[in-house]
Design a protein around this ligand. Structure first.
Ligand code: BGC
Length: 735
């Protein structure tokens, strides 16, 4: 009760000072020469209880484009609010809102504007799942740099990205938003994204704060159904889901978003263990946690809170510092503090974290942005080039029988068929930010632009994405039989993946499969071009494909990147970051499984044991031969390092990029370990005829240890294998 008394008294004193008086004073929190922590404390000491609560409130401005979070267009802004999801690209509007916060509120605290720039802001890059197939973190970093500078130029200084939920069940539509099935790949790509968004200094005008999400375990939603319960053992939590978050925090991610899911009976938005014990104490994260959309209120639906007040109490005391959208903190936090249910010190700590970021972003010194026209800020030529390059590196050549690709010079006539050929929205994918369908050139147009002056090109749509209209099948067959090859453009509509985009069937819809099989009767090579936000189950149609390019949802430049690959101007170098199952029933299927009690038994009787296309699969137009892998020693002691090298020779007919994946296997340990785990990878250009040496320096503490179910690391001596290509290198770790 004592601090409540002081808080109320201070509020009364504070309110006695007018905004104009405060603004004109030279107060320490306004002094950029002082350390951020001093400024935070000074400002905190001047705030009323209500002002503090308002910092924990996030509202929206503008019209939501996420069909899962529909609300009325919001035009009114309370300038004392801590944060807005700002849905506009207008710097003028932003400046006007910020001017009210700076000039019409008592303390002049700037509003932090956030937005979902997930794979670009206006320039749309491939979806994150595709990006991870590039195995090129530098390109990922650069794409996030572009997204950051386009966002920041509109006043958005915070993006709700990257998503580092390791995802192994492709029925879950949000596999599209993360970096695939492997914890290490999610870690590396997540760090690249954070560095891209935040740059080297958050106060740089083109930097935006990153937000690691969704903390934690969201991707394990039962059966791949979004928002559902997740049952995750403590061991799996620490081994699979925590690593990208821990690494992201260490890399300096400014904020974290808690997830929607209930994990083992405790919703992620009310979990004191993950949010406070681990994130804030153990990992010493000094940024703040924002709830997911309505996730505080959803504690009621999840059955752990009777009403809004209890939801507020649970979420806030668990460690959720800012409440996205549902206004539950706005309505209840003050009262809970006044009633002594929540100590005011806890509110101070949450507000401290939020203010710290606002100071670090330089918002107090530079709250406004330059009012430049869109054509100077968006879709700059270098950004478009980068989008094309990243799209090309993200595409995965799954199959290429008889080297049917690239399109040979003796091909005279091609047929482009399929519902994806004229599509725009699906090419951008979900969470396209301010990307517009008209920014996308459809695949058909890109193919015509690339080949139009040397090839006859026919187009027939053949069928829709779904439905049962087969009336165009014959027309498709007629152009197919006249062609030297067919480019069959199939896949998923934009809204079939992404949030709330779960699907029970990963096969292509019947109508698309039927069209493929119908054309498969013609004596002409079929090149499948597939666009989707998730792996597809292709076993039914794969036999009729001469080649398959998985282009994902490649972003606005995807069609051009595809044409570059078809023509051979770009040699494909993407490899899968997530397994392609034989059939839906094989889900979940991922490479780093634990060993079976009877390894040769227990598999499905009707399909092979392995996925149709495994993690790491991806072809090139050239061939790479791995020489003998050698180890610098066959015994390493704790505290020392060893190095393994493998020479890779380009034995084909063109230059190409190869990614070498290094896995570690620990055959015997005190707890069972996965069959193998990715520990390092490197992508390099290997010119035709050249040999490049790829190296993996093993640091036993980092690469050979494992976490237990409490997150403690263990390093055990004994035998280890490093797996590279088809080789196994054995060595011993000793004390
Ligand atoms: C999603 C988040 C997103 C938020 C704000 C939620 O529905 O789960 O990933 O950042 O909306 O748009």
């Amino acid at each position: 009760m004592r601090h409540v008394f002081w808080t109320v008294l201070l509020s009364v004193i504070a309110f006695a000072v007018t905004p104009t008086e405060i603004r004109s004073q030279n107060l320490p929190y306004k002094d950029p020469s002082l350390p951020v922590e001093d400024r935070v404390e000074d400002l905190l000491g001047r705030m009323t209880l209500r002002e503090k609560v308002m910092q924990t409130v996030q509202r929206t401005y503008g019209k939501n484009t996420n069909i899962n979070n529909i609300e009325k267009e919001v035009k009114a802004v309370d300038p004392t609010v801590g944060s807005l999801i700002y849905r506009s690209t207008s710097p003028e509007l932003y400046n006007e809102i910020q001017r009210r916060a700076m000039q019409e509120t008592r303390l002049g605290i700037p509003i932090l504007c956030g937005f979902d720039a997930i794979h670009g802001f206006r320039t749309v890059f491939p979806i994150p799942l595709a990006q991870s197939c590039s195995w090129n973190p530098e390109l990922v970093r650069l794409s996030c740099r572009v997204a950051a500078s386009e966002a920041a130029s509109s006043g958005v200084k915070w993006t709700f990205s990257p998503m580092v939920d390791v995802a192994r069940d492709s029925r879950w539509g949000r596999v599209s938003e993360g970096y695939g099935e492997d914890p290490y790949l999610n870690t590396i790509m997540g760090i690249a994204a954070i560095k891209g968004y935040q740059g080297s200094d958050l106060s740089d005008p083109s930097a935006v704060a990153a937000c690691l999400k969704h903390y934690v375990g969201y991707s394990m939603s039962e059966g791949g159904r979004d928002y559902q319960y997740t049952n995750i053992s403590a061991q799996t939590l620490w081994e699979t889901f925590m690593p990208p978050f821990e690494a992201g925090v260490k890399a300096g991610a400014a904020t974290v978003m808690c997830a929607f899911n209930d994990m083992n009976g405790v919703p992620a938005s009310a979990n004191p263990y993950t949010l406070t014990e681990v994130l804030k104490k153990q990992w010493a994260h000094d940024g703040f946690v924002v709830s997911d959309w309505n996730s505080v209120e959803q504690l009621i639906a999840q059955g752990v809170a009777a009403d809004d007040r209890e939801a507020c109490l649970k979420a806030f005391t668990a460690g959720v510092d800012m409440d996205m959208v549902d206004d539950i903190y706005f309505d209840h936090l003050e009262k809970l503090i006044e009633e002594g249910e929540i100590p005011v010190g806890m509110l101070d700590e949450a507000v401290r974290r939020i203010l710290r970021l606002k100071f670090r972003l330089g918002l107090f010194e530079a709250p406004y942005v330059d009012e430049r026209p869109e054509q100077e800020r968006f879709l700059q030529p270098e950004s478009i080039d980068l989008a094309r390059r990243l799209a090309a590196e993200s595409m995965v050549l799954l199959k290429n029988e008889n080297e049917v690709l690239p399109i040979a010079s003796d091909v005279k006539r091609i047929a482009v068929i399929g519902p994806m050929a004229e599509e725009r929205a699906a090419v951008n994918g979900s969470w396209e930010g301010y990307g517009k369908p008209e920014d996308v050139t459809p695949l058909l147009d890109c193919i015509r632009e690339k080949f139009g002056d040397r090839l006859e090109i026919d187009f027939v749509r053949g069928c829709g994405f779904d439905g049962d209209d087969r009336s165009n099948f014959d027309a498709a067959l007629q152009v197919a039989v006249k062609a030297d090859l067919v480019i069959l453009c199939l896949g998923e509509k934009r809204e079939w993946s992404g949030e709330n985009g779960s699907r029970s069937v990963l096969e292509l819809p019947d109508i698309q499969e039927e069209l493929a099989l119908y054309l498969g009767e013609a004596d002409v090579p079929l090149i499948f071009v597939l666009s989707s936000g998730r792996p597809l189950a292709l076993a039914n149609v794969e036999p009729v494909a001469a080649a398959i390019i998985q282009m994902w949802q490649p972003g606005s430049q995807g069609g051009f990147a595809l044409a570059d690959i078809l023509a051979g101007d770009v040699n494909p170098s993407g490899k899968l970051s997530i397994s392609f199952p034989w059939s839906t029933g094989q889900q979940p299927v991922y490479y780093n499984v634990r060993r079976s009690a009877r390894p040769k038994m227990g598999h499905y009787k009707d399909i092979p044991r392995t996925p149709l296309y495994p993690f790491g699969h991806g072809l090139s137009y050239t061939s790479f031969t791995y020489g003998k892998a050698t180890c610098s020693a066959d015994l390493v002691r704790i505290g020392e390092k060893i190095c393994i090298e493998v020479p890779v020779t380009n034995t084909g007919k063109r230059d190409g990029m190869e990614t070498v994946l290094w896995f570690v296997s620990d055959p015997v340990a005190s707890i069972s370990r996965p069959e193998k785990e990715l520990k390092y990878f490197e992508k390099k250009l290997v010119r035709q005829g050249d040999t490049e040496i790829f190296r993996f320096e093993i640091d036993p503490e980092r690469d050979l240890s494992f976490v237990d179910d409490k997150g403690n690391r263990h390093l055990e001596t004994g035998e280890f294998y490093v797996l590279v290509g088809s080789q196994r290198v054995e060595f011993q770790l000793a004390d």
